[in-house]
Design a protein around this ligand. Structure first.
Ligand code: DC
Length: 240
């Protein structure tokens, strides 16, 4: 029997992980990347990076049609790249030479990013960056449309979800443990609102690709999920 080794997985595959917000996609994707020697690409970070760039230039809505042209011009001069952070193989997002990893996680950016992610010009811009990463292969990407739009031929597609109340509870706990003020009902409303926006926007809405494996982690620990993926990679590519 021919057994593939880690480095063969590394060269060959693209893993696309899509799903609802706050399902732990990025934690899962990072753990897979680190375990199997793949490159992790956080596609949501790029939408956040575009949002930060636009907000800094005073573009906060598209009620005024000239804002679209302004954004298009801005994107043609915007260079967003991931660079290794030096910690656990993780990477950080840089904008025109500035590390913006922290800025893209602020409430201001989080509150505005869905508007930008719904704009076709923004999606085309981000997709072109993602396709460059895909050419190198050996990548794990998480997002909303990776297996449906960006890499419809990905070798492995996973669609992640969890009960909205459990996702809200996890986010609420994270906020409390960071010492932030949080209201569970508000967090739950936000989870439901984001699901609605992701699933109902016109451009590349969130949906499960027909050939995506379904992972509902409502009642799974991180370890359970790793056992699940290791079994799949072993079955599909003979990884032991
Ligand atoms: O996963 P996240 O919260 O960092 O994503 C930020 C935003 O970008 C969120 O509104 C969903 C959107 N997004 C998207 O539309 N397509 C992707 N491939 C990734 C994220």
């Amino acid at each position: 029997m021919f057994v593939f080794c880690k480095s063969m997985i590394k060269r060959e595959i693209i893993i696309a992980i899509d799903g609802h917000s706050s399902t732990g996609k990025s934690t899962f994707a990072k753990a897979i990347a680190s375990k199997f020697g793949l490159i992790y690409v956080d596609t949501g970070a790029l939408y956040r990076g575009v949002t930060l760039t636009a907000v800094r230039e005073g573009i906060t809505s598209f009620d005024n049609p000239s804002n679209k042209g302004q954004l298009e011009a801005l994107l043609s001069n915007t260079d967003l790249i991931f660079k290794p952070s030096g910690k656990d193989g993780a990477s950080e997002l840089w904008l025109n030479g500035e590390n913006i990893e922290r800025e893209i996680r602020t409430l201001e950016v989080s509150g505005m990013v869905s508007i930008f992610a719904s704009m076709p010009i923004v999606r085309n811009y981000v997709d072109s960056i993602l396709k460059e990463y895909g050419k190198r292969r050996g990548v794990v990407m998480d997002g909303r449309d990776i297996g449906t739009v960006v890499f419809p031929d990905a070798d492995l597609k996973i669609f992640m979800t969890a009960d909205p109340r459990i996702r809200a509870q996890r986010r609420y706990q994270e906020m409390i443990s960071r010492g932030e003020k949080a209201d569970y009902q508000e967090v739950l409303d936000n989870v439901n609102e984001r699901d609605f926006m992701d699933e109902n926007r016109e451009a590349a809405p969130l949906k499960r690709a027909d050939d995506a494996l379904f992972l509902d982690n409502s009642n799974m620990t991180h370890e359970d999920q790793m056992v699940w993926i290791e079994m799949i990679l072993a079955q599909k590519w003979g990884y032991r």
